[in-house]
Ligand binder design. Structure first.
Ligand SMILES: Cc1cc2nc3c(=O)[nH]c(=O)nc-3n(C[C@H](O)[C@H](O)[C@H](O)COP(=O)(O)OP(=O)(O)OC[C@H]3O[C@@H](n4cnc5c(N)ncnc54)[C@H](O)[C@@H]3O)c2cc1C
Length: 300
């Protein structure tokens, strides 16, 4: 690993000032589970590491809050320094968006989940990661801050390429906003990992269906481990929009994902195998989400 200077800001303002001062020469470090591996392989060699650990206590960046008018369905605001374990175990997340708690519970091992953070997971932008597809189907937005101000970006637009996002060098991801699920919605996250339970997915699929009188009025499908970024399967969504969801309609729509994905050959399977599994798991995720939408309405 190349030598670096470690800086530990006490406030968000200090962190943003350090990012502005050192620009491309600096890297934020949260849980360190992604970055340290890249540094050991010398794929990333920052001269300055800006540690975010203290901001979890001083700036509320590890908090999970409900936002919006009381009495109405509220959005969740998830601080960027929430660990995967905290999100998996949060009663607020489990109740409002159970699929998100389920998704964070499927990442790696409990040791990794206890230190890896939400902000780190998204900024790392490895397309094989689990949280992005679920956040995409939930229409989540990320909050990005620099010492010039802040902006919100839809999660699907946040990912640009392999390990690349829209984050500017002086920006930090501070929170993720998850809107409330519409009534009569069902969601699903399925991770196909034939090797060990703590591996990355061979393919991962998240789906959301919203029904009105058993017709699909809103649908989202997103995949991980299926291309250079997490993918939204718009072609599948278009085939389902407005339809009455019969098994044949779901099967035919799922088959369309084969053209939308662009997986690579690796030790988890050939590209052709992963493409076939994407079709299988999109159909299963849609079935699962449909069952939940019909059973619970708003849950799942
Ligand atoms: C053994 C192992 C198994 C894994 N298995 C899985 C798996 O099954 N599924 C899965 O989804 N993931 C898996 N991962 C990946 C893991 O989830 C990520 O490494 C982790 O989420 C990164 O979070 P972190 O807080 O450790 O980020 P860090 O390693 O601290 O940072 C990662 C990147 O994000 C940047 N960054 C961090 N925080 C911010 C912020 N707030 N704003 C802007 N930039 C920021 C850093 O500068 C760095 O570029 C695995 C990792 C390991 C080591």
């Amino acid at each position: 690993m190349s030598p670096f200077e470690y800086i530990e800001p006490q406030t968000l303002e200090e962190a943003l000032d350090a990012l502005a001062r050192y620009g491309d020469e600096a890297k934020l470090i949260a849980g360190g589970t992604g970055l340290v591996n890249l540094m050991k392989q010398r794929l990333v060699q920052p001269a300055y590491l800006i540690g975010l650990r203290r901001l979890a206590q001083t700036e509320g960046l590890a908090e999970i809050d409900q936002i919006g008018p009381p009495g109405s369905a509220q959005a969740l605001r998830l601080g960027a320094l929430c660990t995967h374990r905290a999100l998996e175990a949060s009663p607020l997340v489990q109740t409002a968006v159970p699929v998100l708690a389920e998704t964070f519970g499927r990442v790696a091992s409990i040791r990794i989940r206890s230190v890896a953070t939400l902000g780190g997971a998204l900024a790392h932008a490895d397309p094989n990661q689990d949280p992005p597809p679920s956040l995409i189907v939930l229409d989540a937005r990320v909050c990005l801050r620099s010492n010039h101000g802040q902006r919100e970006v839809g999660i699907a637009e946040f990912f640009v390429d392999y390990y690349e996002t829209v984050l500017e060098p002086a920006e930090m991801l501070t929170a993720v906003i998850v809107p409330p699920l519409p009534a009569n919605s069902g969601t699903s996250f399925l991770k196909f990992l034939p090797q060990t339970q703590d591996d990355y997915a061979t393919v991962a699929v998240a789906a959301r269906l919203t029904l009105d009188a058993d017709r699909i009025v809103q649908v989202r499908v997103a995949l991980g481990a299926a291309g250079a970024t997490p993918l939204r399967a718009s072609v599948v969504e278009a085939a389902l929009q407005g339809q009455q969801p019969t098994p044949a309609i779901i099967r035919d729509a799922a088959a369309l994902v084969a053209e939308a994905v662009d997986p690579s050959d690796d030790f988890r399977g050939s590209a052709d195998y992963k493409r076939d599994m994407a079709v299988v798991f999109v159909e299963r995720a849609l079935d699962h989400a449909l069952g939940r939408a019909r059973a619970g309405g708003g849950q799942g």
